[in-house]
Design a protein around this ligand. Structure first.
Ligand code: AMP
Length: 624
């Protein structure tokens, strides 16, 4: 940019990077010479698959290699963890049971290693993006993931806002309405961003955080599975490995159909029935794909109409349509947009990189490296936030559990809003402030964020005492609530954020310790001492001291490996009858070695045999 002085292009003493933590892929960028720039992996890859593998030696592998292991080692890999962010579900992976934010932290740590290589070691700040529809918990989990990875998380911003920022930097002189249609691997967002004299404001945003390219893949998987069921009367989806194989093939088919009209599907072994391989051999057309996914694409167009209505605009008010997210490469998406708006969508910012680049722009605004760009960003609240009140029911009685929005959805943030409420019964001395997020008029259909009690209200007649409730919502999507008794001035200093933070501090330390143990083990190439389930019982039975501890660790590692080996043997034996000649001999020999190693107590020998059979199985089962 010509209007950016080069001295601002140098990183500040604590660099700030922008991160797109995607469902399918992630990327990191920073501002270099006044422009956002992707920081590639040491192998030169600009986007990193959001897939984590904990391999047989307990090494943590993130990205392309982990993705390649999805089929071969489904129980050691995790993909699409973003869909679980904010939940407390422990995800089993390679003998561990990790929280979604812990797995995300492993992905972010990988990105941080690229940053450290490019910008040098030391503390880094990060702006991380989330889908506009992420709840408070999901945003918090994302922030926590960033912190667990070692970043100072400067801000959490919405992906469409970031995308618009990436686009906005080059078109500052124009005043316009931009529609950002973001269809990624797991989420869909559509937003309307208004740009006026370099000020970007998200006017409205909507979407579905469970709709994306992954769903298209599964539609294809189902279709392929139906073919196999019809021909062989066996459902390949019941076999976890066949399912993973079909999923991988489905994505390949889908991507190829963005460039071609027809693809040939040829999979000699999808699964095995009566010791015979069951495969697929067919042609699949773009038309067939469109028929499968059109209902989902139509849903995205319904969201487009909704976002226009929310922003109080009609389609002719939209000057630009910006396509982001890998799934917008599907030609049918362009066609639907073109038909609806009567103009071509733009893809002049790489759809895979737009969000990370925009996050870097936000990072640059923060660090000062873009302070002369003339760009300012605001955002909107993605949900209404409010309070439980007595509400009229069927026009006659007053019922508890009504929802009253204090910050309505799509309000520009940061925002502070205060409203006054009155006591509802005679002699009332306390008011319960129940905080909810959502759009329904009854709280039970909305999402509860917290509750606190304002005490010390002077006893008085119903309606005579007033309580002022203040909601403060900041750009990180974090809410603070305060309540004040008007007559006494007494204020409750308890806020939702404090309450939640106190809870999560403990959880954070636990997560940090868990990850530390994981990383430690990797460094030492040691076996894992994170114990779950039955293994924990075994540990508890034994005294915690030096040599014995080592023995326990080895025993656990060995138990782990035996379990792994048994599964592998079963698979190998299943595969054997389908092979002939040299391949069969090779596998027989490897099975023999593994059997021997399992009956002995040499852990290294067992590991070696395991590695050998695993490699062979990957070759045999999934060769093209
Ligand atoms: P994102 O979450 O933005 O990284 O998008 C990833 C999604 O885009 C995945 O579901 C990919 O399968 C999908 N995708 C990437 N390239 C293409 C393509 N050429 N055609 C169709 N879908 C694609």
């Amino acid at each position: 940019m010509s209007n950016i002085d080069d001295k601002y292009a140098r990183p500040t003493f604590r660099p700030v990077v922008g991160i797109d933590l995607g469902t399918t892929n992630s990327a990191v960028a920073f501002i270099h010479r006044g422009k956002p720039e992707i920081i590639p992996s040491p192998q030169g890859r600009r986007i990193t698959p959001s897939v984590v593998l904990i391999d047989l030696k307990n090494r943590i592998i993130v990205g392309e290699d982990a993705r390649a292991a999805l089929v071969a080692m489904p129980d050691r890999t995790v993909a699409a963890v973003k869909r679980k962010m904010g939940s407390k579900e422990r995800i089993p992976v390679g003998g561990q049971a990790l929280l979604p934010q812990e797995i995300s932290a492993l992905i972010l740590k990988e990105l941080k290693s690229y940053v450290d290589t490019r910008l040098g070691e030391g503390e880094k700040e990060a702006v991380i993006t989330v889908p506009a529809y992420f709840t408070d918990e999901q945003r918090r989990a994302t922030k926590q993931a960033g912190e667990l990875a070692g970043f100072v998380v400067e801000r959490i911003i919405n992906e469409p806002t970031a995308a618009a920022l990436a686009f906005g930097l080059d078109h500052l002189e124009e005043d316009r309405h931009i529609l950002v249609y973001d269809l990624g691997g797991g989420t869909f967002d559509v937003s309307i961003v208004e740009m006026m004299s370099g000020v970007l404001e998200v006017k409205a945003t909507t979407g579905n955080n469970h709709l994306g390219g992954e769903d298209f893949d599964w539609k294809i998987v189902d279709w392929l599975a139906e073919k196999i069921i019809a021909e062989h009367n066996i459902d390949p989806r019941d076999d976890i490995r066949a399912r993973a194989l079909l999923k991988e093939e489905a994505e390949k088919i889908k991507k190829e159909l963005s460039a071609r009209e027809t693809v040939t599907v040829s999979l000699p072994v999808v699964t095995v029935k009566d010791n015979r391989p069951v495969g697929l051999d067919l042609e699949f057309t773009r038309e067939q794909l469109v028929a499968l996914i059109d209902p989902l694409l139509q849903e995205t167009m319904n969201h487009v109409q909704r976002v226009l209505a929310d922003a109080g605009l009609v389609k002719d008010d939209i000057d630009e349509i910006l396509l982001v997210g890998g799934s917008t490469r599907i030609p049918r998406v362009h066609e639907l947009i073109r038909n609806f708006f009567g103009k071509e969508p733009r893809m002049d910012v790489n759809p895979d990189e737009a969000v990370a680049l925009g996050a870097a722009v936000q990072a640059g605004l923060k660090s000062g490296s873009l302070s002369k760009s003339g760009l300012v960003a605001t955002d909107v609240a993605p949900f209404s936030m409010g309070i439980a009140v007595l509400k009229e029911w069927k026009g006659i009685t007053l019922r508890p559990g009504g929802f009253h929005a204090i910050i309505p959805r799509n309000t520009t943030i940061p925002v502070t809003r205060t409203e006054t409420f009155y006591t509802t019964s005679d002699g009332q001395t306390a008011a319960s402030i129940e905080i909810y997020q959502g759009e329904h008029e009854w709280t039970k259909h909305n999402h509860r964020l917290g509750e606190f009690l304002l005490e010390g209200i002077p006893p008085n007649k119903a309606g005579a005492e007033a309580v002022e409730v203040t909601y403060r919502y900041n750009l990180n999507g974090i809410l603070e609530v305060t309540a004040r008794c008007v007559s006494t001035g007494k204020e409750m200093s308890v806020t939702v954020q404090d309450a939640l933070n106190r809870d999560s501090q403990e959880a954070f330390s636990e997560s940090a310790a868990r990850l530390e143990a994981l990383w430690q083990n990797v460094d030492n190439e040691d076996f894992d001492d994170e114990l779950v389930g039955e293994e924990m019982e075994l540990f508890n039975e034994l005294p915690d001291n030096g040599d014995e501890q080592l023995e326990v660790d080895q025993e656990l590692a060995s138990a782990d490996m035996h379990e792994e080996a048994s599964g592998l043997l079963a698979r190998a034996q299943k595969l054997l009858p389908t092979l002939a000649g040299a391949e069969r001999l090779k596998l027989e020999k490897a099975i023999h070695l593994l059997n021997n190693a399992m009956s002995g107590d040499d852990i290294d020998q067992l590991q070696e045999a395991l590695d050998r059979v695993t490699d062979l199985m990957i070759d045999l089962e999934f060769k093209e």
